[in-house]
Every structure is written in C-alpha cells, then in structure tokens.
Design a protein around this ligand. Structure first.
Ligand code: NAD
Ligand code: UDP
Length: 319
C-alpha cells in the first residue's frame, strides 16, 4: 500500500513509519515539527520507500499520485501546562489539527478511495465516571475547560470521521489510544514517563503530581503499533480502545521507575502542578480489541521501561 502518515516526525508516527516500511509498504510522512523532531525520521530519509513533506495538516493537503491509506496522527499530545509543546500552550493549533486537519485528511482519503485511520484518545472519556472505560461510554468532558482544546478536537474528529463513513462510505477506522510510552518520546514534553524516567536516570526525586493516587495504565509503543495495524487492516469502523490494562496509581508508577533504575532520589509530591483536575482513573476495557482484532498487549511495564532506558540515556548523555 501507499500510505500517508501525518505526525510522522512524532513519537507514535515515527514508530508507525518504521513498522509499515518493514512490512513492505510505501510511506509518505507529513509533519510541521510543532512538537515532533526531525531526528525521529532521520534514519528513514535514505529509504527509497519513504518520502517526507513538511506541511501543516490544517491547510489543504495535496499528494501527487494515488494514496491507499491515510493515518492521521498529527496533533500536540502532552497535557502538561508547564511544557511549551503541551496543548495548553498550543490551544488553537491543537483545535485546528483535530478539526481542520481531520477534515483535510478525510477529504484526501475520500478522493483517493483510501482507508482513513484516526488517532483518537482516551481523553475523549474526560474524567471518566465509568471504569474501566468501554467504547460505549460517552465520556465526561467540560467543553470550556482548558483540556477541552484537545478533548473536544478529538471528539469532533471522531464525529467527522463517522460522518464521512456514513455520508461518503469512506472506509474509516478510529483508534482510542490510552497512555503509551517508549523510545522517541520527547524528554521535555512533560508527560509522566519522560518526566519521571529522566528524573530517575539523573538521580533526582521524581515529581508526583497531587497525592499520586490518580491512576493510569501504560502501554509499550510496540504493542500499540501492532494493535493499530491490525485495526487498519480490519473492517471495523466503530472506535476501538487500544491500551494496556495494568492499572496503577501514579505513585506506584514512580516507585516502579525508581526501583528499575535504582534511583535513590525518592519522590517529591507537587501540589497544583496541573491547573485543572487530572482525570482520576483510567483503564481501557479492551474486550472489543481482543474480540475483533485478536489483539492484546504482551510487553510488561518493567520490560517496556527497560527497552526505553537506552534511548533516554543516549539523549541525556549518560553512558
Ligand atoms: P507527538 O507530539 O510526538 O507527535 C505528534 C506529531 O504531530 C508531531 O511530530 C508534531 O510535530 C505533529 N503535528 C502536530 N500538529 C501538526 C500540524 N498541524 N501539521 C503537521 N504536523 C503536526 O505525540 P504522539 O504521542 O506521537 O501522539 C501522536 C498522536 O497520537 C496524536 O494525535 C495524539 O493525540 C495521539 N495519542 C497519543 C497518545 C500517547 O500516549 N502517546 C495517547 C492518545 C492519543
Ligand atoms: N504526572 C506526574 N508527574 C509528572 C508528570 C505527570 O505525577 O512529572 C501525572 C499526571 O498528573 C497524570 C499522570 O501522571 O496524573 C499522567 O500524565 P501524562 O502527562 O502522561 O498524561 P495524561 O494521562 O494526564 O493525559
């Protein structure tokens, strides 16, 4: 297949490029580097099956020749208000990437009669009142809260995707991605894994926000990519959760990182680090992914952290 991936220079986009190229597909990567990094795709630039376009998805996308699939991953993704690349600090760009970007990608898919896959998110469930989160749960999102620029853009993107499926018969797929981590995450984007693993490797105390009782479930990137590719090749047009079900408190998560790294720096609790209420608990119900895709994660948290450490050490200049 000839596949367009938006957000190709980002964490997830670059791993998808790698996997799809390894499977023999031709990949066109598109990115404007607002939160991504050229280094993430530098190793692909000599590959004759890979080409790259610097472009903002919020503007009309022209691709010469036939495209058979469009994977829309371009969007700021970090909720950390302290990070310049977090969506709190890129509010309009985030809404445009989710709304106008999704529209442009769907238009491109429609005109090419190509498959379209949307990278949606567990954030569409907001601060969930149903636990674990099933795809049938409609969510608890404040449309005017600061997190809304991301959450509502993704909710709109899902609605628009379903509209193109229903009105124009586009073969659409929607993946609701839960917290995912691995090599090529931006060490400075303020998300939990980069912040805490970086601090642990530098021998510093780990910054746990609030009292650390809020929960998450962390999925290693290779597992996620496998699930996404299975979804792309499936016939499922309704949203599918992809994530790891091993739920833990953020305090437990920080303690696990300290233990694996052997960090003696301990933990420091940071009150009010987030200007709005953090989602208090998050765990995907992956029954549909199991049934429809035959997918479930295989990599444990300890194994995934060990696989991520060499990249972080290299970035930090630690031998
Ligand atoms: P990332 O910031 O590493 O990657 C996003 C990429 O999109 C970056 O390279 C950025 O430069 C690019 N981009 C942003 N706006 C753009 C625009 N207007 N035009 C062109 N390129 C643009 O983040 P990520 O973690 O790889 O996330 C990728 C996608 O997956 C996002 O859509 C995000 O919402 C979704 N997602 C990620 C997670 C996760 O845990 N990593 C969870 C849920 C959803
Ligand atoms: N978090 C933390 N310390 C940090 C960074 C994040 O305690 O240095 C917490 C954050 O408050 C949230 C969880 O870790 O409860 C996951 O945060 P992340 O930014 O990775 O994404 P989210 O799941 O909130 O979208």
């Amino acid at each position: 297949m000839r596949i367009l991936i938006t957000g190709a220079a980002g964490f997830l986009g670059s791993h998808l490029c790698d996997r799809l190229l390894a499977e023999g597909h031709e990949v066109i990567g598109l990115d404007n580097f607002v939160t991504g990094n050229r280094e993430n795709i530098a190793h692909l630039l000599g590959n004759e099956k890979f080409s790259f376009r610097k472009h903002d998805v919020s503007n009309y996308i022209f691709i010469a020749g036939k495209v058979e699939a469009v994977l829309h991953f371009a969007s700021p993704a970090s909720p950390n208000p302290q990070s310049p690349s977090g969506y709190f600090n890129l509010p309009i760009q985030t809404m445009k990437a989710g709304a106008l970007g999704t529209h442009n990608c769907l238009g491109l898919a429609r005109s090419n009669r190509a498959r379209f896959l949307l990278a949606s998110t567990s954030e569409i469930y907001g601060d969930p009142l149903v636990h674990p989160q099933t795809e049938s749960y409609a969510g608890n999102v404040d449309p005017v809260g600061p997190r809304a620029v991301y959450d509502e853009a993704k909710r709109f993107a899902e609605s628009l995707t379903m509209a193109y499926h229903r009105a124009h018969d586009v073969a659409t797929r929607i993946v609701r991605i839960f917290n995912t981590y691995g090599p090529r995450m931006d060490l400075e984007d303020g998300r939990a894994l980069p912040n805490l693993l970086k601090q642990a490797l530098l021998g510093q105390p780990l910054t746990v926000y609030g009292d650390g009782s809020q929960t998450r479930s962390f999925c290693y990137v290779d597992d996620l990519v496998t699930g996404i590719i299975k979804l792309l090749h499936s016939n499922e047009h309704l949203p599918v959760n992809i994530g790891n079900q091993t739920e833990m408190s953020i305090l437990q998560f920080a303690e696990t990182i300290n233990q694996i790294v052997g960090n003696q720096g301990g933990i420091t609790f940071v009150k009010d680090a987030r200007s709005v209420r953090d989602p208090q608990q998050r765990q995907p119900d992956i029954t549909r992914a199991r049934q429809i895709l035959g997918w479930e994660p295989e990599i444990s948290l300890a194994e995934g952290i060990r696989k991520t450490i060499p990249y972080f050490k290299q970035k930090l200049g630690i031998p």
